[in-house]
Ligand binder design. Structure first.
Ligand code: ASP
Length: 331
C-alpha cells in the first residue's frame, strides 16, 4: 500500500553480479536473484521510498543490447507515468558505461534514473550490492537528482552517464569520471551534488534498425588498412581510437580518405581522457590532417561513448551533417 509523503521508486532489475550467486554445477556465479530478492537484501530500503519491482531481464550485462535499452526506456516511462518519482536500474557493471549513456541520450524526463550494480557478488565478503542499491534508491528518491538525466551510482559516488568509465576488473572503486570526477556523493544516506544541473543533450528515438558501428584501436606499427573492409562487412560507421591527441600512422591516410566517403568515421583518442586535438600538429596522420580529411572529432567523449552516440544518431535517422553537428555540440 502507498505510504503518504514517501516517493515511489521503480526498481528495474536486469541481472549482473548484483544478482549473481554461485552455481554449484557451473562452478561460478550466474545471475539468479530476483528483483524481490534484491529488495529483501537491503535492510531499510523501504524507509526511503515505496519500491515497485520490475524484473526486466536476468542476464550478464554483456548480453544487453540496444533493443534492451529502448525496452528499458519504455519501462521507465511507464513507471514515471504511473507516479514513480525516480527509477533505479540494476545491471552488470561490465557495460554500465555504455548502457547508461545510451539511456541518457533517450531519457528526456525530469525524473532521475540511477543505474547501479555490484563488483562483488552477494556470496563474497564485503559484497557491495546492497549498499549500492540503497544509495541508488536514495539518489533516485531525492528531488536534487531531478533534471540530471541518467546517473550511475556505485561506491557512494554519483557519476554522469556521459563521463563514467569502468576502470578496474574487480575493485569496488572501479568507476571513474576522468573529465569531471563524480558529480556527487552519498553521505550518511544523503545525496550531495557538487554541481548544478548541466545542460542535457538528448537525441531522437530510433526510427530504424540499430546499425553496426565498429570501434578500432590504433596500435604501434599498424597502418590499419583493414578498416577499408568495414563497409563490406556491414558496418555503417566506425570510431577510431587514435594515438594520443588524435594521430594515426601516415600510411593509414589513403584508407581513411576513402573510408570517410562511405561511412562516418569518428576520431577519438585511445588515451581515454582529454579532448581530441584540432590544431596542434601538422605531420602526415596528425589530427589536423585527419579532421581535414573529413573525420569527425569525438571531442572529449571517451571512445566507448562516441560509439554509443554514433550508433544512436544513425538509428535516429541522422545524416552526416547532423552527426557532425551533434558531435560538435558535445565536445
Ligand atoms: N559479469 C557481470 C556483468 O553482468 C559483471 C558485473 O556485474 O560486475 O556485467
Amino acid at each position: 500500500m502507498k505510504t503518504q509523503n514517501r516517493p515511489t521508486i521503480a526498481l528495474v532489475a536486469t541481472g549482473g553480479t548484483i544478482a549473481s550467486v554461485p552455481d554449484a554445477h557451473l562452478k561460478g556465479a550466474v545471475p539468479t536473484l530476483t528483483v524481490e530478492d534484491l529488495v529483501a537484501s537491503v535492510p531499510g530500503v523501504g524507509d526511503h521510498a515505496d519500491i515497485t519491482c520490475v524484473q526486466q531481464a536476468q542476464k550478464p550485462s554483456v548480453e544487453l543490447d540496444f533493443p534492451d535499452l529502448t525496452a528499458l526506456i519504455a519501462t521507465c516511462l511507464k513507471a514515471v507515468e504511473a507516479g514513480a518519482s525516480g527509477v533505479v536500474i540494476t545491471q552488470g557493471t561490465d557495460t554500465i558505461e555504455e548502457t547508461s549513456y545510451a539511456l541518457d541520450l533517450l531519457w528526456d524526463r525530469p525524473e532521475p534514473i540511477a543505474v547501479t550494480g555490484a563488483m562483488r557478488n552477494p556470496s563474497l565478503a564485503g559484497s557491495d550490492g546492497p549498499a549500492n542499491l540503497l544509495a541508488a534508491v536514495q539518489v533516485a528518491a531525492n528531488p536534487s537528482a531531478r533534471d540530471r538525466g541518467v546517473l550511475v551510482v556505485l561506491n557512494d559516488e554519483i557519476h554522469t552517464a556521459r563521463d563514467v568509465i569502468k576502470t578496474h576488473t574487480s575493485s569496488i572503486s572501479a568507476f571513474r569520471s576522468w573529465r569531471t570526477g563524480p558529480i556527487g556523493t552519498v553521505d550518511e544516506g544523503e545525496p550531495r551534488f557538487h554541481t548544478s544541473t548541466l545542460r542535457r543533450l538528448g537525441i531522437n528515438a530510433p526510427v530504424r534498425s540499430i546499425p553496426r558501428i565498429a570501434l578500432v584501436t590504433a596500435v604501434l606499427g599498424d597502418g590499419m588498412s583493414y578498416v577499408e573492409a568495414l563497409p563490406d562487412w556491414g558496418y555503417e560507421g566506425v570510431v577510431i581510437e587514435a594515438f594520443g591527441g588524435g594521430h594515426l600512422r601516415s600510411e593509414g591516410m589513403p584508407v581513411m580518405r576513402e573510408l570517410v566517403q562511405r561511412i562516418p568515421v569518428v576520431l577519438a583518442s585511445r588515451t581515454g581522457a582529454g579532448t581530441v586535438l584540432s590544431r596542434t600538429y601538422a605531420f602526415p596522420g596528425s589530427e589536423t590532417e585527419l579532421l581535414q580529411a573529413g573525420l569527425i572529432s569525438a571531442g572529449s567523449l571517451h571512445p566507448l561513448k562516441a560509439r554509443v552516440l554514433l550508433t544512436m544518431l544513425i538509428a535516429s535517422g541522422a545524416d552526416q551533417t547532423a552527426i557532425r553537428r551533434e558531435f560538435s555540440a558535445r565536445t
